[in-house]
Design a protein around this ligand. Structure first.
Ligand SMILES: Cc1cc2nc3c(=O)[nH]c(=O)nc-3n(C[C@H](O)[C@H](O)[C@H](O)COP(=O)(O)O)c2cc1C
Length: 253
C-alpha cells in the first residue's frame, strides 16, 4: 500500500456539515411555500449565492481511509488558494441527513404534479425533499468525490439524485424537462480499483453522474479518474499523477 498523505483535520471524512437541520415546524412552513410556488417552476438560476460558493458532495463512507476524499482535499486546497473568499460547504451523503425517497415522497411528487395541496406525511416528506434541493442549489460550484461501486456510483449518490431531481425544482416539467441549475459547474473525482462490471479504464469516460449534471443545467462538468490497484507497482505513481491533476483542476476551477 503506498504511503498517502494524511488529510487535514479540516475536512477529515467530510463528516461535518456547516448547516443544521431545521426544526419540524420550520419544515412544514417551508413545504407550504414551496408547494404554492411550484405550479410551474421556480427560478433557481440566480440564487443570490456568491460566484465562488462551492458544495463538496462526499460519496465515500471511508472517512480518513478514503482515496477520493484525500484527492478532494488536494482539489479544495488549490481551489481555496485560487478563490480566497470562497465559501466551501460539505454535504456528506452518509451523515444521516439525506431523506428517503420512498412511497410517501413519491406520492407527494405525484400530488405536486397533479396540482394538489399536500398534507400530513406527504407534506413533511416534500419539505425534506425541497430542503435538500435548496441546500444543493444554493451554490455555483460543485465537487463530487465518488468511489466506483460495482461499476457505478454508491447507492447513496443515486438516492441523492432521486431526491433532488424534482419537477419545478431541478427541471421544468412544462418545457421538455429543461434543467434549471444553469450558471453552475461541477467537478467529479472518481476512484476505482479497476475491476467490476465496467472497470474504469483510466480515461475520463462519461458517467451517469456526468450525464445527470449536464441534464440538470450545469454548463461545465470536468472529471478526474484515479484507477487504483493497491497491489500494482505503479499505484503510488498513479496516485501522485491524480494528485497533480486534481490540484490543477482545483486551481483553475
Ligand atoms: C462496495 C464496493 C464496490 C466496489 N466496486 C468496484 C468496482 O466495481 N470497480 C472498481 O474498480 N472498484 C470497486 N471498488 C473499489 C473502490 O472503488 C476503490 O477502492 C475506491 O478507491 C474507493 O474509494 P474511496 O477510497 O474514496 O472510498 C468497490 C469498493 C466497494 C467498497
Amino acid at each position: 500500500m503506498p504511503a498517502y498523505p494524511r488529510r487535514s483535520s479540516r475536512t477529515v471524512g467530510g463528516q461535518h456539515t456547516d448547516r443544521e437541520n431545521p426544526d419540524g415546524g420550520g419544515r412544514a412552513k417551508q413545504a407550504k411555500a414551496v408547494i404554492d410556488g411550484n405550479r410551474l417552476h421556480r427560478d433557481v438560476t440566480d440564487t443570490g449565492c456568491a460566484m465562488d460558493s462551492l458544495l463538496h458532495v462526499v460519496c465515500s463512507p471511508r472517512a480518513t481511509a478514503s482515496l477520493s476524499l484525500a484527492l478532494a482535499d488536494v482539489f479544495l486546497d488549490a481551489y481555496r488558494e485560487a478563490h480566497p473568499t470562497a465559501v466551501v460547504d460539505t454535504f456528506n451523503l452518509w451523515d444521516g441527513t439525506l431523506p428517503a425517497f420512498g412511497p410517501t415522497a413519491v406520492g407527494a411528487r405525484a400530488g405536486i404534479l397533479a396540482g394538489q395541496e399536500l398534507g400530513g406525511p406527504q407534506e413533511e416528506a416534500w419539505a425534506a425533499v425541497t430542503e435538500t434541493f435548496e441546500r444543493f442549489a444554493a451554490h455555483r460550484h460543485y465537487l463530487f468525490s465518488v468511489p466506483v461501486w460495482n461499476g457505478d456510483m454508491p447507492y447513496v449518490l443515486k438516492q441523492f439524485i432521486d431526491v433532488v431531481s424534482q419537477p419545478g425544482l431541478l427541471y421544468r416539467p412544462d418545457d421538455a424537462a429543461r434543467g434549471l441549475l444553469t450558471q453552475r459547474k461541477a467537478a467529479i473525482i472518481r476512484t476505482g480499483s479497476g475491476y467490476g462490471p465496467t472497470p474504469p479504464d483510466g480515461t475520463s469516460s462519461p458517467t451517469g453522474l456526468e450525464a445527470w449534471l449536464r441534464w440538470s443545467g450545469m454548463e461545465e462538468v470536468r472529471q478526474v479518474l484515479l484507477r487504483h490497484d493497491p497491489a500494482a507497482p505503479e499505484a503510488a505513481l498513479s496516485y501522485r499523477l491524480a494528485e497533480n491533476h486534481v490540484r490543477e483542476l482545483g486551481s483553475t476551477f
